[in-house]
Ligand binder design. Structure first.
Ligand code: 5GP
Length: 205
């Protein structure tokens, strides 16, 4: 940004859109991006590390932090609470870093209210079949949870129109998607809401 502050970049997308991989690629290629580690009341999945993937906290602690105003935004998603820790984000932005938030749509809309200059990018798999295959392929959740997450994904996709840009993450092309995100942050191309609407229509078919 012109005043030397970094850009706040919100990345939303259904579980299975490959956000983690794409953001990993982006930070590897461009060291001026940092990831904001959220707090959550969800239990860790196998392989998830406290402080790296999330800060895993109790519901009591989450509620206390909400009351103390520690979160820049927070929301509930499929029965668990998630929130972005404000101090880290503000410190990094003032150091000129671009801060990446991997958050769901309700949180993204809160960010838009509080930081109108933030860039909102919606990341999506190319189609529904790929989405379902990616979610089932993780083997980390029960079928019941997967069904809930698929339903949540379709609802989320409807909100993609409210984002600035849509990026499609095709299988094995995470690096391409990461490059596209960096291009959007650095050049801010014209928004194309019609294209996003068309994509959503086709996705549901
Ligand atoms: P998961 O449980 O699969 O890691 O994440 C579920 C959803 O919560 C994803 O859509 C993810 O982007 C979102 N999420 C993760 N951290 C936050 C956060 O701090 N705030 C909000 N609003 N959503 C989050």
């Amino acid at each position: 940004m012109a005043n030397g502050r970094g850009t706040l970049v919100v990345i939303s997308g259904p579980a299975g859109s490959g956000k983690g991989t794409v953001l990993g690629e982006l930070m590897e290629m461009h060291p001026n991006y940092v990831f904001s580690v959220s707090a959550t009341t969800r239990s860790p999945r196998p392989g998830e590390i406290d402080g790296k993937h999330y800060f895993f906290i109790t519901r009591g602690e989450f509620d206390r932090r909400v009351a103390e105003g520690d979160f820049l935004e927070h929301a509930e998603y499929v029965g668990n609470c998630y929130g972005t820790l404000r101090p880290f984000v503000e410190e990094m932005l003032s150091e000129g870093k671009n801060v990446l938030l991997d958050i769901e749509v309700n949180g993204a809309m809160q960010v838009r209210e509080k930081f109108p200059e933030a860039l909102l990018i919606f990341l999506t798999p190319p189609d529904y079949t790929t989405l379902a295959k990616r979610l089932r392929g993780r083997h980390t959740e029960t079928e019941e949870i997967i069904e809930k997450r698929l339903a949540a994904s379709l609802t989320e996709l409807e909100k993609a129109c409210e984002y600035d840009y849509l990026v499609v993450n095709c299988d094995g092309r995470a690096r391409v998607a990461a490059d596209e995100i960096d291009r959007m942050v650095t050049t801010r191309p014209a928004k194309d809401r019609e294209r996003i609407k068309e994509f959503i229509k086709k996705f549901r078919k």
